[in-house]
Design a protein around this ligand. Sequence first.
Ligand code: ADP
Ligand code: MG
Length: 463
Amino acid sequence: MVTAVAYRLAAQRKQIDAALAPFLLSLETLREVKNKMRTELEYGLKRETQASATVKMLPTYVCGTPDGTEKGKFLALDLGGTNFRVLLVKIRSGRRRSVQMYNKIFAIPLEIMQGTGEELFDHIVQCIADFLEYMGIKGARLPLGFTFSFPCRQASIDKGTLVGWTKGFKATDCEGEDVVDMLREAIRRRNEFDLDIVAVVNDTVGTMMTCGYEDPNCEIGLIAGTGSNVCYMEDMKNIEIVEGNEGKMCINTEWGGFGDNGCIDNIRTKYDKEVDEGSLNPGKQRYEKMTSGMYLGEIVRQILIDLTKQGLLFRGQISESLRKRGIFETKFLSQIESDRLALLQVRRILQQLGLDSTCEDSIIVKEVCGAVSKRAAQLCGAGLAAIVEKKRENQGVEHLQITVGVDGTLYKLHPHFSRVLRETVKELAPQCDVTFMLSEDGSGKGAALITAVAKRLHNVGQK
Ligand code: ADP
Ligand code: MG
């Protein structure tokens, strides 16, 4: 009897280990990922290869970080994550140097995210109108920075053609269009107020600029939130599609698309493929789908379904709720993986999700969450190692000291993600001394700072 039980447990263990084995990445594999990322970064920068590159390496026309002389009142919009926000940002320079912000969060209903482009932009302008009304500043024609966190091809700081939607967005008639024009037209349609749209900004760039305001060594911006993306200051001479060889320009890598040519298919699991197939943009953003908040919970759910089918979980019963896409949110990974949490509490969380678990179930679920989030942090670290190594080589130094500005709830709230990410970068880029700096609201403050810098440079140009 005892041996029968022991035998059954050992067999179960084997099956669980087999399911999770593809999530364990050796140092060798992570190095390979770093090298492949490096190759793709180069493709994106080169004139002959950039059109077909999966890591798009989009020039942002942001050529410098703030110098502290920026000042004034700015509006900022933040679109591209979970929430849409409108902000008023007051920047002071000199001895009273400070940034004050007022903001309002607005929901973007699913039917608008996935409706027509006109509806989306009309909704945005409606929110701006509410905010201006609320702040009592409807008459002022303020300069505006538009944080729009989707891949955009830019020809200047205030023009951005949407390459394609990512994350949860899918509004029609926007891809290939200039988002600043769409915003201007929506403002004109409403005919109630006017704004001076100065800059379209990716959230990674806003994050880098916000941290750059405090630390001039910050030349990289990382987002680990709903999506996953990085920007960094690249030498102009390496950016073949932009004229000029002097100085630097910030490149929005859009690294979420890494692997879309199949180059990391060797590490994608059947669960990753299922998540991809059930997503809004199958085949696209493969790296993002392995590393970001929008998808980690969904990967866990796919594994749980598979383990249940194998009779290893939930008494072999796939409950109604486990079938629902999206029920296993990434915040549950954070809760379940918290070291302070007793197993009983894990069971309670699962219960809330409609999953009736035994004590053994909850141990297994915790293990699954750990495997998925650890792989995400390691993959993200391997990508970042490629970036810092590139910067080190650009500068031609033996050792590089650099700061990475970071934003995103996954990085901020997951109990292990940030540590594993840091450890991986250290391991894979030992010649780089990387400081991670949390950005306080990069997409709002950063957009205002970029707008302020652009305004300052524009004014200098006019004088
Ligand atoms: P965004 O990227 O949308 O601008 P955030 O950085 O706040 O905004 O990221 C939101 C994403 O973070 C959500 O999509 C969700 O997947 C994830 N998330 C929310 N709460 C947590 C949490 N407690 N732990 C880990 N991830 C979380
Ligand atoms: Mg954000």
